[in-house]
Design a protein around this ligand. Structure first.
Ligand code: 5AD
Length: 350
């Protein structure tokens, strides 16, 4: 396994068969070696720095019906809320005071937020906080909508591809959604000059090492600046309620592979990882991640943005607990920095 890990580090690519071999046979030994190499690579690019993003969950309304997601339209018991422009700006104000230089507006696909309203919101944030980056994570939109938002000042966009394989995609989504459309959206975002992120869940129903290898190849082809991955965690009011949760060790292994394939990528240690295991977030950093996205949403709505069961919302992942998060990172040899943390291609030589 070491030879394949070394090959990935030097060539930043592997064939599908090679990825399958690594993923299907991953174990503690190969993980330890991978994490060592990933830490070295990440050190060369970003040092010990860990970037923070203030996550504002603007709406739990969603018109989609993704089979895995707790805020799917079909979940009649989901608690719904949406934030007004003023409420979003109030979150930004708190975040700015806490030292956040990136605001991530994430939400279900909620038609209440028209292009005009979103443009106004992005404009207002950028006007008030010109030094700060704005990341959007609001699902699939037309090229024209993405363009308007980019022109309004949005810097980055997150849209996970979920799975690169068409038939697997259709096992996880209703017939009204397609892998093709998701990929079209991602290509549009790239073309418009967003720093864009994609990603997938580890351990979704029907996933195999071959499918994970296809995710790696798709990510290689797209060369995103950010990749978000986390374990699948079942939500009790979805068709996948009785499915098994994804494996944390495999999620960490995939993070390590991503660090070697995309040395400069911004890789969050996700809330799902922190939910699946108490020390999940720290382990994500040790496996190769370099971003943490604490929750800046108003306290009274946090429990309503339940995309999977038991999603953590008020521990160290909460923006108010930044001091504690800083300490937990220092303990493992990393430091939280208060800069925008843009993608960069400097500082890396083999
Ligand atoms: N478990 C883990 N992650 C989930 N997501 C949605 N539902 C779940 C779940 N049950 C992820 C998806 C989505 C992101 C916002 O959250 O990958 O893109």
């Amino acid at each position: 396994m070491k030879n394949l890990i070394n090959k990935l580090e030097t060539e930043k690519a592997l064939s599908k068969e090679e990825f399958v071999q690594l993923i299907a046979n991953f174990n503690e030994e190969s993980s330890d070696y991978l994490f060592q190499r990933a830490a070295i690579v990440r050190q060369k690019v970003y040092g010990n720095d860990v970037y923070i993003r203030g996550l504002i969950e603007i709406s739990s309304y969603c018109k989609r019906n993704c089979l895995y997601c707790g805020i799917r339209a079909g979940n009649k018991n989901a608690e719904r809320y949406r934030l007004t422009k003023e409420e979003i700006l109030a979150c930004c104000q708190i975040g700015d005071e806490l030292g956040f230089k990136t605001f991530v507006l994430q939400g279900g696909e909620d038609t209440y937020y028209t292009d005009e309203l979103l443009v106004d919101i992005v404009h207002s944030i950028k006007e008030k906080y010109p030094e700060n980056a704005v990341t959007l994570s609001l699902g699939e939109k037309s090229y024209e909508s993405y363009k308007m938002l980019r022109e309004a000042g949005a810097d980055r966009y997150l849209l996970r591809h979920e799975t690169a394989n068409e038939s697997h995609y259709s096992q996880l989504h209703p017939a009204s959604m397609s892998s093709e459309e998701r990929k079209r959206s991602l290509r549009d975002l790239k073309r418009l000059g967003y720093q864009f992120g994609t990603g997938f869940m580890v351990g979704t129903p029907f996933q195999t090492p071959e499918l994970l290898a296809e995710d790696m190849l798709f990510i290689h082809e797209m060369q995103p600046q950010m990749v978000g991955i986390g374990p699948f965690i079942p939500h009790h009011e979805t068709p996948f309620a009785d499915q098994q949760a994804g494996s944390v060790p495999l999620t960490l292994f995939m993070l390590g592979l991503l660090r070697l394939m995309l040395p400069h990528a911004l890789l969050p240690s996700t809330t799902a990882l922190g939910t699946a295991e108490t020390d999940g977030r720290e382990r994500g950093i040790l496996a190769g991640a370099n971003v943490i996205m604490p929750n800046l949403s108003p306290l009274d709505v946090r429990k309503k943005y339940m995309i999977y069961d038991n999603k953590i919302a008020t521990g160290l992942e909460a923006a108010e607990s930044l001091a504690g998060l800083k300490k937990s990172m220092e303990k493992i040899g990393y430091r939280i920095v208060e800069t925008r943390g843009d993608f960069r291609v400097m500082n890396y030589e083999l």
